[in-house]
Design a protein around this ligand. Structure first.
Ligand SMILES: C[S@@+](CC[C@H](N)C(=O)[O-])C[C@H]1O[C@@H](n2cnc3c(N)ncnc32)[C@H](O)[C@@H]1O
Length: 187
């Protein structure tokens, strides 16, 4: 298992104690997301699908102090637990948890862009719409990442769609669930 900061293990533990489901990313996927944040020198990140804030915290811990992450969660209770978890991890100033639904409520975030990284881990049917939003609001060289790439391909054909899209370069990190990372081409 990949190394994880004790703050991350605490978020998992508190999420369990609050009755949240356990379908989070895995530590090696968290390390990969941190790698993306660092290699992109990311300052502005958007996430869709917060749950208890575990993947949020992986990315936020790699952001510089002036960086910010906006994370969108449709379930009010999940958003509430995530806010508390992120506050206890000392990340409240770097993260805004918004209660809302993608893709509809992504538009409210556009004012904070362009973004360096957009990460989606939500119901699979919204992946294509989130991808299109990301292609508009990422900076050139920015990355659209999404969890459960293999499942999302079955439901929406997202990998096939991105592979044939001249605007992006697709890479799939072969974790057990598959984590796709598509770089927006251009300068
Ligand atoms: C798999 S969990 C996210 C796990 C989280 N990324 C982690 O690894 O810690 C999916 C979450 O996305 C939320 N969700 C599902 N569809 C959504 C949508 N269309 N917009 C916003 N949130 C959504 C669910 O309520 C749930 O909390």
């Amino acid at each position: 298992m990949a190394y994880q900061d004790p703050k991350l293990a605490a978020i998992l533990r508190r999420s369990r104690e609050h009755g949240l489901p356990g379908y989070t990313i895995r530590p090696e996927e968290g390390r990969f997301l941190q790698f993306l944040v660092l290699v992109l020198q990311a300052r502005r990140v958007v996430e869709v699908g917060t749950l208890g804030g575990y993947s949020t915290a992986w990315m936020a811990l790699a952001l510089p102090p002036e960086g910010h992450l906006w994370t969108l969660e449709r379930d009010a209770y999940h958003a509430q637990v995530a806010r508390r978890n992120l506050q206890e991890a000392g990340l409240a100033d770097r993260v805004t948890v918004l209660q809302g639904e993608a893709p509809r409520d992504l538009e409210a975030l556009a004012q904070h862009g362009p973004f360096d990284l957009v990460f989606v881990d939500a119901e699979k049917g919204v992946y294509p719409a989130c991808y299109e939003w990301a292609m508009t609001h990422l900076r050139p060289g920015g990355v659209f990442a999404a969890h459960n790439a293999y499942w999302a391909e079955e439901v929406t054909g997202i990998l096939t769609r991105i592979r044939s899209d001249d605007r992006a370069f697709l890479f799939v990190y072969p974790s057990s669930e598959g984590l796709l990372a598509a770089v927006k081409k251009g300068t």
